[in-house]
Design a binder for this molecule. Structure first.
Ligand code: ATP
Ligand code: MG
Length: 333
């Protein structure tokens, strides 16, 4: 299989003082060439930890304690820091939510793009300017030659985000991770950026991991979706099915909590209750305390990902042995 990214049983722990937290607990996912995988889940579910682990940018108190990450077949755990640095940018690049934290306010945009080329040993030469200008044109910046001479604050938020995307794409990485990359933009700008990402996928075959709080956007953009809860993938489904027929009670709750008008943003904040704090390993379903349908068995068993009609879900209702104890029927497409 031609996989751009394969993450298997990845666990990441953060240690702070006397306590430690398992922010990712045996996460597995795959992204094929040219595929768009959406990652949804409420705040603290582990989405950015996944981004950091894949790009080798975990903070000092975070470490991979299990599993394996392969990028185009290469095991990232086997690389030394120099090799990892070269993978970052050339094979995988990230677009974050807030371009002001990732762009240097004191350097013109062109100089920052050049730094990326320098860091990866790209040849210097007169044709660099035209290369960079064409990259800015590609993401929809008018008058790209002049844009190269401008400072980040001279751009609007949407334009800065386009610059960030151009920077991420500069070395033509196989995988781009967009971590809440459009969340700060208004709906019109967001729609334009999503269109841009789709076009880049279609034209270049770039694979995309799209992290978002917005179920509607994820459903619209993504081929497949992984729903995360408390450091685990609790549902794998298609972009269409995540809204039309969510299988896991958590995904259903997200869906039910979202406004019905399609023009409204579908935010993930409104499921009642709180996520566990991840300091103790889960011995039962971690969503059970908040689940409207939880049966007694849910307090004692930790479910595997079980086959549903649209993918897989970590819920005992899809285990034939336990279905009868449930208060509702599983989703049938
Ligand atoms: P959000 O939607 O708010 O961006 P997220 O899904 O990206 O959330 P993460 O940032 O990956 O979530 O956090 C996962 C868990 O790890 C949370 O419990 C968080 O508090 C914890 N965490 C994240 N970074 C650190 C750190 N540097 N030290 C200790 N704990 C951390
Ligand atoms: Mg995050």
């Amino acid at each position: 299989v031609d996989l751009t990214l394969s993450v298997s049983d990845l666990s990441v722990r953060y240690d702070s003082g006397t306590s430690s937290r398992l922010a990712l607990d045996r996460v597995s996912l795959e992204i094929g060439a040219g595929e768009i995988l959406g990652i949804v889940g409420e705040s603290g579910s582990g989405k950015s930890t996944l981004t950091s682990a894949i790009t080798g940018l975990l903070p000092a108190n975070g470490q991979v304690v299990g599993g394996c990450i392969r990028l185009q077949g290469r095991d990232l755990g086997a690389l030394d820091p120099d090799e990892l640095r070269s993978v970052r940018g050339s094979q995988v690049a990230v677009v974050f939510q807030d371009p002001t934290t990732s762009l240097n306010p004191r350097l013109p945009v062109g100089a920052q793009l050049e730094q990326v080329l320098d860091a990866h040993g790209a040849a210097r030469g007169a044709d660099r300017t035209s290369l960079l200008a064409s990259r800015l044109a590609e993401v929809g910046l008018a008058d790209p030659e002049r844009a190269l001479t401008r400072y980040p604050h001279e751009f609007s938020g949407g334009m800065r985000q386009r610059v960030m995307i151009a920077m991420a794409l500069l070395l033509e990485p196989a995988l781009v991770i967009a971590d809440e990359a459009t969340s700060a933009l208004d709906l019109t700008l967001e729609a334009q950026i999503l269109e841009l990402l789709l076009r880049l996928r279609d034209e270049r075959g770039t694979s995309l991991m799209f992290i978002s709080h917005d179920l509607g956007v994820v459903s619209q953009l993504c081929d497949r979706v992984a729903v995360m809860y408390a450091g685990r993938v609790i549902e794998e489904t298609s972009g269409t099915a995540v809204l039309a027929s969510p299988a896991h009670p958590y995904t259903q709750a997200l869906d039910a909590a979202t406004p019905t008008a399609s023009s409204q943003r579908r935010r993930l904040a409104s499921v009642p209750g709180r996520m566990p704090d991840l300091t103790a390993p889960a011995t039962s379903c971690s969503f059970a305390p908040r689940c409207l349908h939880a049966a007694e068995v849910c307090e004692t068993l930790s479910p595997e990902l079980l086959t549903t009609s649209t993918g897989r879900a970590r819920c005992l209702v899809y285990d034939p042995e336990h279905q009868s104890t449930w208060k509702r029927e599983p989703v049938v497409a």
